[in-house]
Ligand binder design. Structure first.
Ligand code: KIV
Ligand code: ZN
Length: 522
């Protein structure tokens, strides 16, 4: 239980559940486990690992995370429906600290149109849901969905009833991003005034960013006494996303005066590396000007600002870049750099890798890069390691390609792939609107997989003509939106890697789903 006067704020991370609901952000099991481990290292208190009833993949992911992390609680989401709750209970069974999170909409609009249920029935279902979850685990969280638009006196009745039924945390979600900081502060104040048993539970908040106020609303609720913040890395989540973990945490750290000294257990020096990891596995780029973790967050362009920072950093920097794990970009290595230097730099950049992994997976690639590019910067090393770490299970490997292009002619690409299962090499050619299109079409001819390209972005990893290019794309097949990324000093190769990555990702996902379906039928 957390009193209003407690200073410690619980960090409930929902990157793997609400975050994964961002269009195009789906992650496979290996990626989810990697993110879960990173969240544990980062110091979050609760990991909401998924919504087990929604698919066998989600169930497996929650179960695997429950087995793999030990310090944070592992939470599975469930509607107030017996089957959902039982499935969530089964998924978190092996967690050291299992939690079930049940939710039910309480606002008038949801009651009338979505659920078609009267207030009394909502109350009954909420109580029954919490009781059923409580029979499985001690740690039960309840969320009255769309609380911010629920009539306050009805909300207070629901909160009181679920606390009486054993809810150890009651979360107040602003599901549609409708609240304002002042209004949300008043709502939390109201609950503290009107709910007689409120001190027996932890009040949490969960804010969406439809009007860009998710972080402000979260902070206002903490000022009013909430002691659990529900957040995601980089603020990813349904629609416009959720409150960003890094922003909320750094607000407490930077402005203890404004938040009564409230603090979290987050190791803020790991924020940057965790943000990059989530961006890499979800394919959702972080905006350059994103607070705390964006590329420009500590860049000073204006002469007066740059001069001020050189004289005294705090003239224009309210946070120390080192406190969020941002090493200043510098020329670090070149082709004469040895293994030891490379390992040391990886460590400083926040990667925890074994010597064997560094030697077998990355050192050769680093040497190759150093040959192609004289100056190797931190960003190059991060890009190199990241593209290797989340390499998808590959059905096809790119062996090589050639492109003929120019003005006036028809761009043509010849590509060669290896089918990993058989070692067979396949080669084909195609023409296209441009060299990138020609490469993509040649892949489609060889793999038989056609994707609809929905987004294609290219950016330079560092400055300079020799810089590596990073391609991020989103491609659709039916109702599946897949994100992928490729990095190379050659932008056509980066495009080829990204597109083949998307094809491999789609095929891998299909195999897993089919395998599970077969097992389920037996
Ligand atoms: O936004 C929301 O209301 C949710 C609930 C499940 C807590 O995500
Ligand atoms: Zn949500």
């Amino acid at each position: 239980m957390a009193a209003k006067t407690d200073k410690r704020v619980i960090v409930f991370d929902t990157t793997l559940r609400d975050g994964e609901q961002s269009p195009g952000a789906s992650m496979n099991l290996t990626e989810k486990l990697e993110v879960a481990r990173a969240l544990e290292l980062l110091g979050v208190d609760v990991i909401e690992a998924g919504f087990p009833i929604t698919s066998p993949d989600d169930f497996e992911a929650v179960r695997a995370i429950a087995r793999h992390v030990s310090r944070p609680a592992v939470c599975g989401l469930a509607r107030c429906v017996p089957l959902d709750i039982d499935r969530a209970a089964e998924a978190v069974l092996h967690a050291k600290h299992p939690r079930i999170h049940v939710f039910l909409a309480t606002s008038k609009i949801h009651r009338q149109y979505k659920l078609r249920k009267a207030r009394g029935e909502i109350l009954r279902l909420a109580v029954e849901g919490v009781r059923r979850a409580k029979a499985a685990v001690c740690d039960v969280q309840f969320s009255p969905e769309d609380a911010a638009r629920t009539e306050p006196e009805f909300l207070a009745r629901v909160v009181e009833a679920v606390i009486d039924s054993g809810a150890t945390t009651v979360n107040i979600p602003d599901t549609v991003g409708w609240a304002t900081p002042e209004g949300f502060h008043a709502l939390i104040d109201y609950l503290f005034d009107r709910v007689p048993n409120i001190s027996k539970t932890v009040i949490a908040i969960h804010c969406h960013d439809d009007l860009g106020m998710a972080v402000a609303n979260t902070l206002a609720a903490v000022q009013a006494g909430a002691r659990q913040v529900e957040v995601t890395i980089n603020g990813i989540g349904e629609r416009a996303g959720n409150a960003a973990l890094e922003e909320v945490v750094m607000a407490f750290k930077t402005r203890p005066d404004a938040f009564g000294g409230c603090a979290t257990g987050i190791k803020t020096e790991l924020l940057h590396v965790t943000s990059r990891l989530v961006s890499r596995v979800t394919g959702l780029a972080v905006a350059r000007n994103k607070s705390v973790v964006g590329e420009n967050a500590f860049a000073h362009e204006a002469g007066i600002h740059a001069d001020g920072v050189l004289k005294k950093r705090t003239t224009y920097e309210i946070m120390d870049p080192k406190s969020v794990g941002l090493a200043k970009s510098k020329l670090v290595l070149g082709k004469h750099s040895g293994r030891h230097q490379f390992r040391q730099r990886l460590k400083e950049l926040g990667f925890r890798l074994t010597h064997k992994d560094v030697d077998t997976l990355f050192f050769g690639a680093f040497k190759e890069l150093a040959d192609r590019k004289k100056e190797v910067f931190d960003e190059d090393i991060v890009a190199l390691v990241e593209s290797e770490i989340v390499r998808q299970p590959e059905t096809w490997r790119l062996c090589g390609f050639q492109v003929a292009t120019g003005t006036g002619g028809m761009p043509t690409a010849t590509v060669e792939l290896e089918e990993r299962a058989t070692g067979r090499r396949l080669r084909d050619a195609a023409t296209g609107d441009g060299p990138v299109d020609a490469i993509f079409r040649a892949f489609e001819r060889l793999t038989g997989v056609t994707l609809k390209l929905e987004d294609y972005q290219i950016r330079s990893v560092t400055s300079g003509k020799e810089a590596q290019g990073e391609v991020r794309l989103e491609a659709r097949r039916g109702d599946r939106l897949i994100s992928a990324r490729g990095v190379s000093t050659d932008i056509l190769e980066a495009s080829a890697k990204a597109y083949l990555g998307a094809i491999n990702r789609l095929v891998a996902r299909k195999k897993v789903t089919k395998g599970k379906a077969r097992r389920a039928r037996r």
